[in-house]
Design a protein around this ligand. Structure first.
Ligand code: CDP
Ligand code: CDP
Length: 224
């Protein structure tokens, strides 16, 4: 029996990746790595420092001079940017609107992929993002590409925002999600796409519990 495996969860925005990845990691006693949070953190720094987001060179230099750290806590994963807790700040609409431009740069992706691969070395891991199955962990034993209709994904973000007292209209959220998906899918460097050996999971009509159970079932299959 294999002791632990790497699990790659990819898919478009608000498909439920991070929610389900956290549950699966907890159940299996693995670490969870939210790679989107890492792209969000460097985007926050670029916005704070007035860096030109369209410059591949400036973006790469900024990241080379930055420390991004993910730490588990009782209230979920905490994100540190140069030793400052930015867990809440990286979820702002300001960052959400800018992140895909930052994440398209080759200079940024090369460094991020290396860092993510180091974090996952020789341990059981559940990692979620856009290029995990294709580029970061191409040898992952389980790859799942999760999606849901854009209407359902906007509805889920809307409900999530409500709990955080953010009241962006649902049509605005849907447009933002669709725009980001398009940028992420059409960029030249490691675009969002399903790896050939990934399993497609449509979560439109699945509860969180059902989607997590399906991924746990697939993981158990790989483990035995
Ligand atoms: O949670 P949400 O789906 O809104 O996004 P996220 O997972 O936090 O990712 C934010 C953005 O980071 C994505 O829209 C991508 O532009 C970028 N990203 C990426 O390019 N590659 C990854 N592995 C993860 C995120
Ligand atoms: O990580 P990603 O952007 O793919 O999505 P998420 O942040 O995990 O999920 C977005 C929202 O959808 C969260 O509030 C989840 O609780 C919710 N969700 C849901 O209602 N039903 C699912 N089957 C999956 C997620």
């Amino acid at each position: 029996m294999t002791k632990s495996i790497q699990i790659a969860l990819d898919g478009p925005a608000a498909a439920g990746k991070s929610t389900i990845a956290k549950i699966v990691a907890e159940q299996l006693g693995y670490i969870y790595i939210d790679t989107g949070a890492m792209y969000r953190a460097i985007t926050l720094k670029a916005l704070n420092e007035g860096i030109d987001l369209s410059s591949n060179e400036e973006a790469g230099k900024l990241l080379a001079d930055t420390e991004i750290d993910l730490q588990p806590s009782e209230n979920g994963q905490l994100v540190f940017l140069d030793n400052k807790d930015v867990t809440e700040d990286i979820r702002s609409q300001h960052v959400t609107k800018a992140v895909s431009e930052m994440a398209a740069h080759e200079s940024v992706r090369t460094q991020m992929v290396k860092l993510q691969q180091q974090l996952a070395e020789e341990r059981g891991v559940v990692m979620d993002g856009r290029d995990i199955g294709t580029d970061v962990l191409p040898a992952a034993k389980l790859k799942v590409f999760m999606s849901a209709t854009v209407e359902e994904r906007a509805r889920r973000r809307f409900e999530e925002n409500k709990k955080r007292s953010i009241h962006t209209p649902i049509d605005e959220l849907q447009a933002e999600i669709a725009k980001r998906d398009k940028m992420d899918s059409e960029r030249e460097v490691s675009p969002l796409r399903q790896a050939e050996d990934a399993i497609f999971l449509d979560t439109t009509f699945l509860t969180i519990r059902e989607a997590a159970a399906e991924i746990l079932r697939l993981a158990e299959e790989r483990l035995s």
